[in-house]
Design a protein around this ligand. Structure first.
Ligand code: NDP
Length: 392
């Protein structure tokens, strides 16, 4: 049915490549390209189908356009880093190809987490007659689709939304992040914002916490309020939401290490001179920490990510919780990755599939909640991320 170009051979890229390869009737040809060719070849060697391997610097639009024009994909899945979103979108525009990503653009020198830069491409994508699907991971991604599904089937109005991301897994390292450490630490140390009564309210990072009991005996965890990018698009597309918050679990051990690293300046993104060379402490820290892709064989336990919606239907108040539970070890058995990469890579594949099959159609730049959630929800059940519902 189509050709897919996957950019980024990291933890998520590995899962996307495995999952696309499992659906040959949709993804007839696959090309994986990244900065380090060795990583591309390593992923391709795990898969029982021919994968075209390419080296590309995704910061360089000309290189990307050359690759796209040569391979002629129908869709590009960007699972490199958020810094590459705009050059890859530029290349897709120039070559006339649909675009999918899992994280919003961030400039390197400022952790801002906002969709403005990418939403500004809407008219250009529309004019080119192509589609950009933003944030097709789990959160953002599935959490947006969960919210759209809740609204479509169960609510006249959603008034409160809590997105809860619990990782009950343990990798045995004193400190490691489950996805790219630089992006993860930028997110966790940023000022918290949540939506309340028509505006974003700022609070200090990690200053709000509570206890959350996951269903199905996954466990009870301390969750901390953070800013997360899907809040911006969800309150735009569901303007009736009065309060929207995002919560993530962290272990005491993770927080202890993070606090020390912050106190000594290791999480800073401001360059410092060391032996006459400018280094960015956070990038240096990334070089010291375990590669998230290496955590796969060591991680045990489960993730539990979902949305709690409170609102009204036919004048009656209702609380609805929709969630997925994913087992780190089962993911590793299937695609040699832990559940964080898995829960991101599967929805990226499904997003591309929705476009290739013509189920989600549009010209311009879109967030996930703007489309019919039902076929995506069905695909989650079919391709490895089954979900459940609790009504209260
Ligand atoms: P990794 O760091 O493991 O992988 C990123 C890959 O991109 C690396 O292979 C890296 O290459 C490659 N890359 C970086 N810069 C370039 C460049 N200029 N040109 C070509 N390739 C480049 O990250 P993850 O796989 O953990 O994360 C991938 C993306 O997924 C990130 O944007 C992250 O924010 C997002 N994500 C989204 C989630 C969601 O639920 N929505 C959850 C988790 C992650 P090299 O190895 O050579 O450095």
């Amino acid at each position: 049915m189509g050709k897919v170009l996957i950019i980024g051979a990291g933890g998520v890229g590995q899962v996307v490549t495995h999952k696309c390869a499992q659906v040959p009737e949709v993804f007839e040809e696959i090309c994986l390209a990244s900065r380090t060719l060795e990583k591309v070849k390593n992923i391709a060697s795990q898969i029982n189908r021919p994968i075209r391997c390419e080296q590309v610097d995704a910061d360089d639009v000309a290189q990307l356009v050359k690759l796209i024009k040569d391979f002629k994909p129908d869709v590009v899945i960007n699972v490199a880093l958020p810094y590459q979103d705009l050059p890859i979108m530029d290349a897709c525009l120039e070559a006339g190809v649909h675009y999918v990503d899992t994280a919003n653009y961030e400039p390197r020198d400022e952790a801002k987490f906002c969709y403005k830069w990418q939403w500004d491409y809407h008219d250009r994508f529309k004019k080119a007659g192509i589609m950009a699907l933003l944030g097709s991971g789990f959160d953002p991604g599935v959490t947006n689709v969960f919210t759209a599904y809740a609204k479509k089937h169960y609510f006249d109005e959603i008034h409160e939304l809590d997105i809860v991301d619990v990782n009950g897994g343990n990798h045995g390292h004193p400190f490691a992040t489950n996805f790219n450490p630089e992006i993860n630490i930028r997110e966790v140390t940023a000022v918290c914002k949540h939506w309340e009564n028509g505006q974003f309210v700022e609070t200090p990072p990690m200053s709000m916490k509570k206890t959350f009991e996951c269903p199905e005996n996954v466990g009870t965890f301390t969750i901390y309020r953070l800013y997360h990018e899907e809040l911006e698009s969800l309150v735009k597309h569901f303007p009736e939401i009065k309060k929207a918050q995002f919560w993530m679990s962290f272990s005491d051990n993770y927080l202890k290490h993070l606090e020390v690293l912050q106190n000594v300046g290791m999480t800073s993104i401001e360059p410092v001179k060391f032996n006459g060379v400018d280094i960015i402490p956070l990038q240096f820290l990334k070089a010291l920490l375990p590669d998230p892709a290496s955590l796969g064989p060591k991680t045990k336990g489960k993730t539990c990510i979902g949305c709690i919606c409170r609102g009204v239907k036919n004048g009656k108040e209702l609380e609805y919780y929709v969630y997925n539970i994913c087992d780190h070890e089962e993911c590793y058995r299937e695609v040699k990755s832990q559940a964080i990469s898995y829960t991101t890579g599967v929805p990226a594949m499904i997003g591309a599939m929705m476009i290739l099959k013509g189920i989600w159609k549009g010209e311009g730049v879109f967030n996930m909640e703007q489309f019919n959630p039902d076929p995506f929800m069905e695909a989650l059940n079919k391709y490895g991320l089954p979900w459940k519902e609790i009504f209260r």
